[in-house]
Write a protein that binds this ligand. Structure first.
Ligand SMILES: Nc1ncnc2c1ncn2[C@@H]1O[C@H](COP(=O)(O)OP(=O)(O)OP(=O)(O)O)[C@@H](O)[C@H]1O
Ligand SMILES: [Mg+2]
Length: 242
């Protein structure tokens, strides 16, 4: 059984058929990179996986359980499937430490001491423990994004979703975030990453999928995907971004 099983996923925004039948399995420990042109449905797809978006047809199973089942606690689901956004989405009025401890305190009912110990260890892991008492606005974009990753990891997720985590960053900060993501991948985290960082894809992805028009047009291991794209739309896309 795959950790995530997406079967014929379909979604509409009003009349607009944004996801037109996506079927994908993601195994435990697998790193999937999702690319494709703007508007192809990449964000919508990954946001469905932790129910930030609802969908009208098809199913998503996580650990063998339908995530739309009434018995699924949505906060628990989002703790197990963390997400990191392009725009960090930190709480501006809370320090870095409080950003990271908030959910473990509220959702996991973790004692404060333990939550802080876990948070500081995670901040150390992403290389910014010395920033723990600052506010997000006092950090660089790369540092803020690393806080966002630490915040998601504090819930001990089984899966991490990344939605273009480096595309709002100045070029010199992209690598510090990609390096944290590469470490996570190598440690065995199951990851779905929407990104156009093809170096990252080459280095750590198990599979790359190319979306266009709400469907998966093509997918392959990175070597094959970059060397030998089959579909015309994939070729055109790769020509544009490489
Ligand atoms: N809340 C919404 N209401 C209506 N349409 C939406 C909504 N969110 C997204 N869309 C439309 O759905 C399509 C897919 O959007 P989505 O954000 O998933 O694309 P994407 O592949 O992530 O694009 P990008 O690379 O620009 O982030 C787009 O045409 C977008 O305009
Ligand atoms: Mg998007």
């Amino acid at each position: 059984m795959a950790m995530i099983e997406v079967n014929n996923l379909q979604k509409w925004y009003g009349d607009f058929h944004v996801l037109q039948g996506i079927t994908e399995n993601v195994d435990k420990g697998e790193v999937l990179v999702i690319c494709g042109p703007s508007g192809s449905g990449k964000s919508t797809f990954i946001r469905c996986i932790n129910r930030l978006e609802d969908y009208q047809k098809g199913t998503i199973n996580f650990d063998g359980k339908d995530i739309q089942d009434k018995s699924v606690d949505i906060n628990e689901l989002r703790a197990e499937i963390g997400i990191v956004f392009q725009q960090f989405n930190l709480y501006p009025h809370l320090t870095v430490l409080k950003n990271v401890t908030l959910a473990p305190l509220k959702v996991r009912n973790m004692p404060k001491d333990e939550a802080e110990t876990v948070a500081l260890a995670l901040l150390e892991r992403v290389g910014i423990h010395d920033q723990a008492h600052k506010y997000p606005a006092e950090l660089s974009g790369g540092q803020q994004q690393r806080v966002a990753i630490a915040r998601a990891l504090a819930m001990k997720p089984k899966v991490m979703l990344f939605d273009e985590p480096t595309s709002a960053l100045d070029p010199e900060m992209i690598n510090e975030v990609l390096n944290v993501m590469k470490d996570l991948a190598r440690e065995g985290m199951t990851m779905l990453c929407v990104t156009h960082e093809m170096g990252f894809a080459r280095e750590v992805a198990d599979r790359v999928i190319f979306m266009d028009g709400g469907v998966v047009v093509e997918q392959a291991p990175p070597d094959e995907f970059f060397k030998n794209p089959k579909h015309e739309r994939t070729k055109a896309f790769l020509k544009e971004i490489l």
